[in-house]
Design a protein around this ligand. Sequence first.
Ligand SMILES: Cc1ncc(COP(=O)(O)O)c(C=O)c1O
Length: 368
Amino acid sequence: MMTTNIKQMGSPLGARMVVNERDVDYFCGTSYYTLHGDPRVIAAACEATRKYGMGPGTVMASPPLVEVVARAACFFETESAQYIVSGYLGDMLLTQALSNDYDMVFVDDSSHYSVFDGIRSTGKSVITFCHLDPEDLRQKLRENLKPRQIPLVMSDGVFPMTGAIAPLREYVKALTPFEGGLLCVDDSHAVGVIGEKGQGTLEYCGVQGDNCYLAGTLSKAFGGLGGIIPGNNGLMEKVSRNVRIPVGASPPCTGAAAASAMGLKILSEHPEMRMQLWDNVAFMRNGLRQLGVDVVDSPIPIVPVTDLSGVNLKQVQHDLEEKGIVVAHVPPRSYSDAPDKESLRIAIFSTHTREQIGKLLASLAKLL
Ligand SMILES: Cc1ncc(COP(=O)(O)O)c(C=O)c1O
């Protein structure tokens, strides 16, 4: 059912697109390279659908599904990967696959819903630690683990509303006294975006290793759809042994797989797109700082504006929209990591022009 405040697309997604029958500058969502609207991605989805049909409904793998796994393994430099219908299920797949390898889960209390649903499905004890707080994690590990029990630490790599990066290096240090301790991150907002090779938060924080795992998505930066869990053959064997998702759920449809494969191909072949994204992000963050807004220096394209006394951010969002600029307003505590106070969530894309970002900054200068 439609309601009047739900925005309708009138064109493929892009930095400039049609929303509610108007051309606008678009600064929302998670398609950080706007690959969902890229003609190459759209053509790949259409061609594959014509050639192989929709896809689900058979036990056979369509060539685009096979291609996604091969391209993902290449992108993440792993032996293989699991490709499933959603990133949401990826946390469940990963924590179930590893369930014989840990006793208790320690999770950042503002982690995504998919992280909590995933770890609850394992039936293990779950202890929360304070958001982004390695010291609290250390204390919780000390207080709760019995001798020889093995912990799994879990968190979003990058948080969806604030763009905060989890301090993974500190988490790995906190795990060192506990032999066999594991780290798993939901890296949906980081894969394709951060790290020199775009491999996500583990790469960015320099903690890639045998006991560190990620569950990502191809539904955001890569312009496709579906969960991606890169790993070595040992992890894939554990998936076959312990997880029913790959055999009990339909795979992504053929068009979505072909789009995802094309997104992986484009981001692999064009690392300069990442540089362009980081440049745009730096331009936006510097611009906001010049307006007196407190934003951290970070390559993350999720730029939050929050906690400005005397400013009604819902009104700011509305006034921007009048000028043809669309940003998201996030009410307090309205999402897994949404802060206690209202905020604007501004998504920066590699395809935004300097003029578009400059116009947004100039408009904010008048409204904040
Ligand atoms: C942190 C996080 N994890 C998982 C998901 C789910 O990913 P998908 O849309 O691929 O199911 C989202 C979706 O927004 C997310 O923000």
